[in-house]
Design a protein around this ligand. Structure first.
Ligand SMILES: [Zn+2]
Length: 570
């Protein structure tokens, strides 16, 4: 049905679609609904009446917990989350929604869209209580193992941070090897349980008629495995040669740093346990440009300049470090009615400039949903589309043109930044893209057949995408050391899709909205057209359309990797 709705709209021209939606939305309030539509409308009204106050309460509780760090506040969050989950696990309601979806009697586009969203929300919660309990307990156990396990170097326990520090700074290959091995020691500790968890998740999915948990998860997230395969395959082809070239260059530098020949480079010669981050060899210290500035003021003035003022968001937010407070950053839409907040721990440096721009990107998306739209549609089109907006703005903290204008830098200072910033951005994106391919491809095969030789599969996948060699005779569950397979299953691909959409938006804004010839030197500073475009094409529609429909309407094309490639692969 999701696909049906998407396809039937896809055929129409953009304008017609918008007029149709407009007509249909008046139909929703004015004209007659058929019996099924009336029944659905009543169900939605009742459902929203229950979920709306609970979600608000849960969001507020989470906000309080993140600031106080108190156990009892976190308990309240779990209680409320469970209460909401119970609403979505109601089997009778699900059966009704399923029947309604299959009947195709709901013709009204806006109602049908809400039906899709409800159906997916219920579908992912239709797991028998016994099985669900088993799954939750096992994944909590594994998570606990992760948080309490400490790898050892020469018999001495080391923390993750100590391992990371060694991989960033140590020049002795033997010491690096030990640190890398320590980072993988958690693998054998959790692997058997993780395989058991994968099988339990598969069992739950199969009871609902899906091949495996991977397929079920993608379905409830309105993603199609073939569509994703196509995007990932294309990106693999397009980045293959450029990545090989950059990687060879990088290997040359690393080999010299560690006094080995490139053929001797091993996984521990990269600067993090999975080679998912850019080794520091090209990095440039941008913090000095921010240290005497105020990143909050910079962000506020930038967003105001593009027509997306954030004063009311900032007024509700919590921006600075406090005892007990969550040390990271996030954005939350408390009520889908304008109470949008961000949590940060600001310092005047480049990392926090990026984070501030990133979180405010999420925030303006939430803030600018159309208040006339039904509650269920007042949310981003997809988790990765809001991530894309956040990334799109976050990228500016290292953009030389943006930095020059916002930080009032001289041409010399800007030239200094430009020397390394392009190269760094390119490396960062390529390394991350190839790593995300490993995660996507491996996880898909993990759920397809958890009984295969996973250790071998992992290294085959790493060698194929990252060109990193498996250490001789290694047969250990190194894949299980990645916590995401446990705590955030079938999610990783969204990070990469976010990057792709951010680049596609960038290309569209530069060429079609600002009508510039090149994306070089584009800072977006004071370009009100940027805000106008995003409000109209991305923020206001919310979840009214399937994500790919929204992207197609906004940029003229469905999501595709070519703009990411054009931006970061020469
Ligand atoms: Zn984010």
């Amino acid at each position: 049905m999701v696909i049906q709705l998407y396809r039937s709209i896809k055929k129409m021209k953009n304008k017609t679609t918008k007029i149709m939606i407009l007509v249909l939305s008046t139909a929703l309030f004015g004209c007659a609904q058929n019996a099924k539509e009336k029944e659905l409308q009543t169900f939605i009204n009742n459902h929203v009446e229950k979920v709306k106050p609970l979600s608000k309460e849960a969001n507020l509780a989470y906000w309080d917990a993140a600031i106080s760090g108190k156990e009892e506040d976190y308990d309240k969050v779990s209680e409320l989350t469970l209460e909401i989950r119970q609403i979505y696990s109601n089997a009778k309601d699900f059966a009704m929604l399923k029947e309604m979806k299959e009947s195709c009697d709901v013709k009204d586009t806006i109602l049908a869209r809400q039906l899709d969203i409800l159906y997916n929300g219920f579908l992912e919660n239709q797991i028998e209580p016994e099985l669900l309990k088993e799954i939750v307990e096992l994944s909590t156990d594994i998570e606990k193992n992760f948080s309490t396990f400490r790898g050892t170097i020469d018999g001495e326990k080391v923390t993750d941070n100590e391992i990371k520090e060694i991989l960033k700074t140590e020049t002795d290959s033997a010491k690096r090897e030990k640190a890398w091995l320590a980072s993988k020691q958690v693998g054998p500790v959790v692997a058997d349980d993780l395989i058991k968890l994968v099988k339990l998740r598969n069992k739950a999915a199969q009871k609902l008629g899906y091949e495996n948990f991977h397929t079920l998860s993608l379905t409830t997230a309105e993603q199609d495995v073939n569509e994703l395969d196509e995007i990932f395959d294309e990106l693999y082809e397009l980045t293959n040669e450029p990545f090989a070239k950059l990687k060879a260059e990088l290997d040359g530098i690393l080999a010299e740093d560690f006094n080995v020949i490139t053929a001797q480079l091993m996984p521990w010669h990269y600067h993090d346990p999975f080679f998912q981050e850019t080794p520091l060899v090209y990095d440039v210290d941008l913090d000095s440009y921010y240290e005497d500035k105020d990143v909050k003021e910079l962000a506020m003035s930038f967003y105001a300049g593009i027509g997306l003022p954030v004063d009311s968001i900032i007024a509700n937010s919590d921006l600075y470090e406090k005892e007990g407070k969550n040390p990271h950053a996030f954005c939350t839409d408390i009520d889908r009615k304008g109470d949008v907040r961000i949590l940060c721990n600001l310092k005047n440096n480049e990392t926090w400039m990026e984070t501030m721009l990133h979180e405010l990107g999420h925030a303006v998306y939430d803030k600018k949903h159309n208040p006339e739209m039904p509650y269920l549609l007042r949310q981003p089109a997809h988790i990765f589309t809001t991530e894309a907006i956040a990334m799109f703005f976050g990228r500016l903290s290292r953009n030389p043109a943006w930095m020059q204008q916002m930080l009032e830098l001289t041409d010399d200072q800007r030239a200094e930044i430009e020397k390394v910033s392009d190269k760094y951005a390119q490396l960062k994106q390529l390394i991350f893209a190839r790593w995300a391919m490993v995660m996507y491809s491996f996880e898909k095969q993990l759920y397809e057949n958890p009984d295969q030789d996973l250790n071998k599969l992992w290294w085959q996948t790493v060698e194929k995408y990252q060109f990193v060699k498996c250490p001789p005779n290694r047969n250990t569950p190194d894949w299980a050391a990645k916590i995401h397979f446990t705590i955030a299953p079938v999610y990783y691909h969204n990070y990469l899709l976010g990057e792709l959409f951010a680049s596609q938006l960038h290309n569209h804004l530069v060429h079609k909205i600002l009508k510039l010839k090149s994306s070089k030197n584009v800072s977006y500073v004071d370009q009100k057209k940027v805000g106008d475009f995003l409000i109209k094409e991305v923020f206001e529609p919310g979840a009214l359309y399937h994500w790919n429909m929204m992207i197609k309407q906004a940029t003229g094309e469905p999501l595709m990797p070519k703009y990411f490639v054009a931006e970061f692969v020469n």
